[in-house]
Write a new protein. Structure first.
Ligand SMILES: Nc1ncnc2c1ncn2[C@@H]1O[C@H](COP(=O)(O)OP(=O)(O)OP(=O)(O)O)[C@@H](O)[C@H]1O
Ligand SMILES: [Mg+2]
Length: 287
Protein backbone atom coordinates (compact mmCIF):
# COMPACT_ATOMS: atom_id res chain seq x y z
CA UNK A 1 0.00 0.00 0.00
CA UNK A 2 1.43 3.41 -0.91
CA UNK A 3 1.86 6.16 1.62
CA UNK A 4 -0.80 8.84 1.70
CA UNK A 5 0.32 11.94 -0.16
CA UNK A 6 -1.10 15.39 -0.52
CA UNK A 7 -1.99 15.90 -4.15
CA UNK A 8 -1.40 19.66 -4.16
CA UNK A 9 2.01 19.42 -2.47
CA UNK A 10 3.10 16.71 -4.85
CA UNK A 11 2.02 18.73 -7.84
CA UNK A 12 3.94 21.82 -6.68
CA UNK A 13 7.03 19.78 -5.86
CA UNK A 14 7.17 18.21 -9.30
CA UNK A 15 6.36 21.42 -11.03
CA UNK A 16 9.34 23.16 -9.34
CA UNK A 17 11.68 20.28 -9.98
CA UNK A 18 10.81 19.66 -13.59
CA UNK A 19 9.73 23.04 -14.81
CA UNK A 20 12.80 23.44 -17.01
CA UNK A 21 12.67 20.14 -18.91
CA UNK A 22 9.35 18.42 -18.46
CA UNK A 23 8.71 15.32 -20.53
CA UNK A 24 6.62 16.09 -23.57
CA UNK A 25 3.59 13.85 -23.60
CA UNK A 26 2.53 12.80 -27.11
CA UNK A 27 -0.43 10.53 -27.74
CA UNK A 28 -0.51 8.39 -30.90
CA UNK A 29 -4.11 7.75 -31.74
CA UNK A 30 -6.56 7.00 -34.55
CA UNK A 31 -10.22 6.77 -35.39
CA UNK A 32 -9.93 3.50 -37.27
CA UNK A 33 -8.06 0.51 -35.86
CA UNK A 34 -5.05 -1.10 -37.50
CA UNK A 35 -3.70 2.04 -39.17
CA UNK A 36 -0.24 1.66 -37.59
CA UNK A 37 -0.29 3.40 -34.19
CA UNK A 38 1.72 0.77 -32.36
CA UNK A 39 4.42 0.46 -35.03
CA UNK A 40 4.64 4.24 -35.17
CA UNK A 41 4.88 4.57 -31.38
CA UNK A 42 7.58 1.93 -31.01
CA UNK A 43 9.71 3.03 -33.96
CA UNK A 44 9.32 6.74 -33.23
CA UNK A 45 10.32 6.02 -29.65
CA UNK A 46 13.37 4.15 -30.85
CA UNK A 47 14.31 6.89 -33.33
CA UNK A 48 14.09 9.47 -30.53
CA UNK A 49 16.22 7.22 -28.30
CA UNK A 50 18.85 7.05 -31.04
CA UNK A 51 18.88 10.85 -31.06
CA UNK A 52 19.84 10.75 -27.39
CA UNK A 53 16.38 11.33 -25.96
CA UNK A 54 14.98 9.41 -23.03
CA UNK A 55 11.63 7.92 -23.94
CA UNK A 56 8.90 6.19 -21.96
CA UNK A 57 6.17 4.40 -23.90
CA UNK A 58 2.81 3.98 -22.22
CA UNK A 59 0.86 1.10 -23.70
CA UNK A 60 -2.67 2.38 -23.29
CA UNK A 61 -4.27 -0.10 -25.67
CA UNK A 62 -5.96 -3.33 -24.75
CA UNK A 63 -5.80 -4.59 -28.32
CA UNK A 64 -3.79 -7.55 -29.51
CA UNK A 65 -0.94 -6.10 -31.51
CA UNK A 66 0.41 -4.11 -28.60
CA UNK A 67 3.78 -2.79 -27.65
CA UNK A 68 5.12 -5.82 -25.81
CA UNK A 69 4.34 -8.07 -28.75
CA UNK A 70 6.15 -5.79 -31.20
CA UNK A 71 9.15 -5.58 -28.87
CA UNK A 72 9.10 -9.25 -27.94
CA UNK A 73 8.80 -9.11 -24.17
CA UNK A 74 6.31 -10.37 -21.62
CA UNK A 75 5.18 -7.71 -19.21
CA UNK A 76 5.66 -8.66 -15.58
CA UNK A 77 3.88 -6.42 -13.15
CA UNK A 78 1.21 -4.07 -14.52
CA UNK A 79 -0.51 -0.90 -13.39
CA UNK A 80 -3.18 -3.19 -11.96
CA UNK A 81 -0.56 -4.72 -9.62
CA UNK A 82 0.58 -1.24 -8.72
CA UNK A 83 -2.93 -0.22 -7.79
CA UNK A 84 -3.47 -3.32 -5.69
CA UNK A 85 -0.25 -2.51 -3.84
CA UNK A 86 1.56 -5.62 -5.08
CA UNK A 87 4.15 -3.81 -7.19
CA UNK A 88 6.00 -0.49 -7.30
CA UNK A 89 6.36 1.74 -10.36
CA UNK A 90 9.95 0.49 -10.74
CA UNK A 91 8.64 -3.09 -10.96
CA UNK A 92 6.15 -2.08 -13.60
CA UNK A 93 8.44 -0.15 -15.97
CA UNK A 94 10.19 -2.45 -18.43
CA UNK A 95 13.72 -1.46 -19.43
CA UNK A 96 13.97 -2.86 -22.94
CA UNK A 97 17.31 -3.71 -24.57
CA UNK A 98 16.56 -1.20 -27.33
CA UNK A 99 16.94 1.61 -24.79
CA UNK A 100 13.21 2.24 -24.56
CA UNK A 101 11.34 2.18 -21.27
CA UNK A 102 7.82 0.84 -21.41
CA UNK A 103 4.91 1.14 -19.03
CA UNK A 104 2.80 -1.88 -20.03
CA UNK A 105 -0.32 -0.45 -18.54
CA UNK A 106 -2.77 -2.44 -20.61
CA UNK A 107 -4.49 -4.45 -17.92
CA UNK A 108 -4.68 -1.45 -15.62
CA UNK A 109 -6.14 1.05 -18.05
CA UNK A 110 -9.73 0.60 -16.97
CA UNK A 111 -8.64 0.95 -13.36
CA UNK A 112 -6.82 4.22 -14.09
CA UNK A 113 -10.01 5.66 -15.46
CA UNK A 114 -12.12 4.49 -12.57
CA UNK A 115 -9.81 5.17 -9.65
CA UNK A 116 -11.17 5.37 -6.16
CA UNK A 117 -9.63 7.75 -3.61
CA UNK A 118 -7.26 5.22 -2.10
CA UNK A 119 -6.00 4.00 -5.47
CA UNK A 120 -5.53 7.55 -6.55
CA UNK A 121 -3.17 8.01 -3.61
CA UNK A 122 -1.30 4.85 -4.53
CA UNK A 123 -0.80 5.96 -8.10
CA UNK A 124 0.32 9.42 -6.99
CA UNK A 125 2.95 8.07 -4.64
CA UNK A 126 4.05 5.67 -7.36
CA UNK A 127 4.46 8.63 -9.68
CA UNK A 128 6.69 10.10 -7.00
CA UNK A 129 8.92 7.05 -7.33
CA UNK A 130 9.44 7.63 -11.03
CA UNK A 131 12.62 9.43 -12.00
CA UNK A 132 10.85 11.80 -14.37
CA UNK A 133 14.05 11.87 -16.36
CA UNK A 134 12.21 11.41 -19.62
CA UNK A 135 12.20 13.74 -22.59
CA UNK A 136 9.16 12.14 -24.19
CA UNK A 137 6.25 10.06 -23.03
CA UNK A 138 4.62 8.39 -26.03
CA UNK A 139 1.15 7.03 -25.41
CA UNK A 140 -0.08 4.28 -27.74
CA UNK A 141 -3.86 4.56 -27.44
CA UNK A 142 -6.61 2.27 -28.64
CA UNK A 143 -8.57 3.26 -31.76
CA UNK A 144 -11.94 4.99 -31.81
CA UNK A 145 -13.79 7.35 -29.53
CA UNK A 146 -14.02 5.18 -26.41
CA UNK A 147 -13.46 6.64 -22.95
CA UNK A 148 -9.83 5.59 -22.64
CA UNK A 149 -8.90 7.09 -26.02
CA UNK A 150 -10.48 10.43 -25.17
CA UNK A 151 -8.97 10.32 -21.71
CA UNK A 152 -5.37 9.84 -22.81
CA UNK A 153 -5.63 12.27 -25.70
CA UNK A 154 -6.98 14.91 -23.38
CA UNK A 155 -4.01 14.50 -21.06
CA UNK A 156 -1.42 14.75 -23.86
CA UNK A 157 0.42 17.88 -24.91
CA UNK A 158 0.44 16.84 -28.56
CA UNK A 159 -2.04 14.49 -30.23
CA UNK A 160 -0.87 12.62 -33.31
CA UNK A 161 -3.78 11.21 -35.30
CA UNK A 162 -2.56 8.44 -37.62
CA UNK A 163 -4.45 8.03 -40.88
CA UNK A 164 -3.95 6.26 -44.17
CA UNK A 165 -5.56 6.81 -47.54
CA UNK A 166 -8.56 4.51 -46.93
CA UNK A 167 -11.79 6.52 -46.88
CA UNK A 168 -12.89 4.92 -43.58
CA UNK A 169 -9.61 5.90 -41.95
CA UNK A 170 -10.40 9.51 -42.87
CA UNK A 171 -14.04 9.46 -41.76
CA UNK A 172 -13.14 7.75 -38.48
CA UNK A 173 -10.31 10.24 -37.88
CA UNK A 174 -12.79 13.04 -38.51
CA UNK A 175 -15.20 11.51 -35.98
CA UNK A 176 -12.44 11.31 -33.35
CA UNK A 177 -11.23 14.87 -33.98
CA UNK A 178 -14.81 16.09 -33.83
CA UNK A 179 -15.36 14.57 -30.37
CA UNK A 180 -12.03 15.92 -29.12
CA UNK A 181 -12.73 19.40 -30.48
CA UNK A 182 -16.41 19.82 -29.72
CA UNK A 183 -16.65 17.95 -26.41
CA UNK A 184 -13.16 18.19 -24.90
CA UNK A 185 -11.80 21.58 -25.93
CA UNK A 186 -8.93 20.29 -28.08
CA UNK A 187 -7.85 23.08 -30.45
CA UNK A 188 -4.98 21.50 -32.37
CA UNK A 189 -4.11 18.06 -33.66
CA UNK A 190 -1.10 16.73 -35.58
CA UNK A 191 -1.69 14.34 -38.46
CA UNK A 192 0.59 11.55 -39.63
CA UNK A 193 -0.05 9.54 -42.80
CA UNK A 194 0.95 5.88 -42.54
CA UNK A 195 1.24 3.26 -45.28
CA UNK A 196 1.76 6.01 -47.79
CA UNK A 197 2.07 4.35 -51.23
CA UNK A 198 5.52 4.69 -52.76
CA UNK A 199 5.66 7.85 -54.84
CA UNK A 200 2.44 9.29 -53.41
CA UNK A 201 2.38 12.66 -51.70
CA UNK A 202 1.04 12.23 -48.17
CA UNK A 203 -0.19 15.79 -48.31
CA UNK A 204 -2.99 14.87 -50.68
CA UNK A 205 -4.44 12.49 -48.06
CA UNK A 206 -3.89 15.14 -45.42
CA UNK A 207 -5.67 17.73 -47.58
CA UNK A 208 -8.84 15.64 -47.58
CA UNK A 209 -8.95 15.60 -43.79
CA UNK A 210 -8.20 19.33 -43.64
CA UNK A 211 -11.03 20.05 -46.07
CA UNK A 212 -13.56 18.29 -43.83
CA UNK A 213 -12.29 19.59 -40.50
CA UNK A 214 -11.85 23.19 -41.62
CA UNK A 215 -15.35 23.27 -42.96
CA UNK A 216 -17.08 21.92 -39.88
CA UNK A 217 -14.76 22.21 -36.86
CA UNK A 218 -12.67 24.91 -35.25
CA UNK A 219 -9.55 22.84 -34.78
CA UNK A 220 -6.10 23.48 -36.23
CA UNK A 221 -4.44 20.58 -38.04
CA UNK A 222 -0.70 20.23 -38.52
CA UNK A 223 0.91 17.98 -41.12
CA UNK A 224 3.63 15.83 -39.54
CA UNK A 225 4.63 13.82 -42.60
CA UNK A 226 4.13 10.35 -44.01
CA UNK A 227 5.50 6.87 -43.33
CA UNK A 228 5.81 4.77 -46.48
CA UNK A 229 4.05 1.50 -47.13
CA UNK A 230 6.90 -0.94 -46.56
CA UNK A 231 7.16 -4.71 -46.41
CA UNK A 232 9.69 -4.46 -43.57
CA UNK A 233 6.75 -3.78 -41.24
CA UNK A 234 5.40 -7.30 -41.69
CA UNK A 235 8.92 -8.64 -41.17
CA UNK A 236 9.16 -6.62 -37.94
CA UNK A 237 5.96 -8.26 -36.69
CA UNK A 238 7.32 -11.74 -37.44
CA UNK A 239 10.65 -11.16 -35.70
CA UNK A 240 9.20 -9.06 -32.86
CA UNK A 241 11.68 -6.28 -33.41
CA UNK A 242 11.10 -2.70 -34.51
CA UNK A 243 11.61 -2.21 -38.25
CA UNK A 244 14.01 0.60 -37.46
CA UNK A 245 16.36 -1.85 -35.69
CA UNK A 246 15.93 -4.57 -38.30
CA UNK A 247 16.21 -2.42 -41.42
CA UNK A 248 17.59 1.00 -40.51
CA UNK A 249 17.82 2.10 -44.13
CA UNK A 250 14.38 0.90 -45.25
CA UNK A 251 11.88 3.46 -46.56
CA UNK A 252 9.74 3.34 -43.42
CA UNK A 253 12.86 3.75 -41.25
CA UNK A 254 14.00 6.82 -43.16
CA UNK A 255 10.53 8.29 -42.77
CA UNK A 256 10.33 7.57 -39.05
CA UNK A 257 13.74 9.20 -38.52
CA UNK A 258 12.45 12.27 -40.33
CA UNK A 259 9.42 12.32 -38.05
CA UNK A 260 11.63 12.04 -34.94
CA UNK A 261 13.79 14.91 -36.21
CA UNK A 262 10.72 17.03 -36.81
CA UNK A 263 9.47 16.35 -33.30
CA UNK A 264 12.83 17.13 -31.70
CA UNK A 265 13.24 20.31 -33.75
CA UNK A 266 9.71 21.50 -33.01
CA UNK A 267 10.27 24.71 -31.13
CA UNK A 268 6.68 25.82 -30.85
CA UNK A 269 5.95 27.02 -27.32
CA UNK A 270 5.56 24.26 -24.76
CA UNK A 271 2.29 24.19 -22.92
CA UNK A 272 2.78 24.88 -19.24
CA UNK A 273 0.56 21.87 -18.62
CA UNK A 274 3.06 19.65 -20.38
CA UNK A 275 5.09 17.03 -18.61
CA UNK A 276 4.89 13.55 -17.26
CA UNK A 277 3.78 14.63 -13.82
CA UNK A 278 0.97 16.68 -15.28
CA UNK A 279 0.00 13.82 -17.49
CA UNK A 280 -0.66 11.75 -14.42
CA UNK A 281 -2.22 14.69 -12.64
CA UNK A 282 -4.57 15.23 -15.55
CA UNK A 283 -5.49 11.56 -15.47
CA UNK A 284 -6.22 11.74 -11.79
CA UNK A 285 -8.13 14.98 -12.01
CA UNK A 286 -10.29 13.59 -14.78
CA UNK A 287 -10.93 10.37 -12.92
N1 LIG B 1 4.17 1.47 -42.89
C1 LIG B 1 3.57 0.28 -43.05
N2 LIG B 1 3.79 -0.47 -44.16
C2 LIG B 1 3.18 -1.67 -44.32
N3 LIG B 1 2.36 -2.21 -43.44
C3 LIG B 1 2.09 -1.53 -42.30
C4 LIG B 1 2.69 -0.25 -42.05
N4 LIG B 1 2.26 0.19 -40.84
C5 LIG B 1 1.42 -0.75 -40.38
N5 LIG B 1 1.32 -1.78 -41.26
C6 LIG B 1 0.48 -2.99 -41.12
O1 LIG B 1 -0.64 -2.69 -40.33
C7 LIG B 1 -0.70 -3.58 -39.21
C8 LIG B 1 -1.25 -2.85 -38.03
O2 LIG B 1 -0.28 -1.98 -37.50
P1 LIG B 1 -0.36 -1.56 -35.97
O3 LIG B 1 -0.55 -2.75 -35.11
O4 LIG B 1 0.79 -0.68 -35.67
O5 LIG B 1 -1.71 -0.72 -36.03
P2 LIG B 1 -2.54 -0.12 -34.81
O6 LIG B 1 -3.12 1.15 -35.29
O7 LIG B 1 -1.70 -0.08 -33.58
O8 LIG B 1 -3.68 -1.22 -34.65
P3 LIG B 1 -4.74 -1.35 -33.44
O9 LIG B 1 -5.78 -0.30 -33.69
O10 LIG B 1 -5.26 -2.74 -33.58
O11 LIG B 1 -3.98 -1.12 -32.16
C9 LIG B 1 0.72 -4.09 -39.06
O12 LIG B 1 0.81 -5.33 -38.47
C10 LIG B 1 1.18 -4.15 -40.49
O13 LIG B 1 0.74 -5.34 -41.08
MG1 LIG C 1 -2.01 -0.89 -31.67
Amino acid sequence: MGEIVDFQILKEKYHKKYMTTPAKVISITSGKGGVGKTHTTVNLGLALTKMGKKVLILDADLGLANVNILLGFKPGATIADLLSGEASMKDVIVKHSSGLDILPAASGITQIINLGDEQRQILLSAVGELGFDYDYLLVDTAAGIGDSVIYFNQAAEEIIVVINSEPTSLTDAYALIKVLATQHGITSVSVLINRNPVGADGRSTYAKLVAATEKFLSVRLKYLGAISEDEVVAEAVRSQQPYLSLYPSARASIDINKLAKKIVEDNSPRQSQGGLQFFFSALLENA
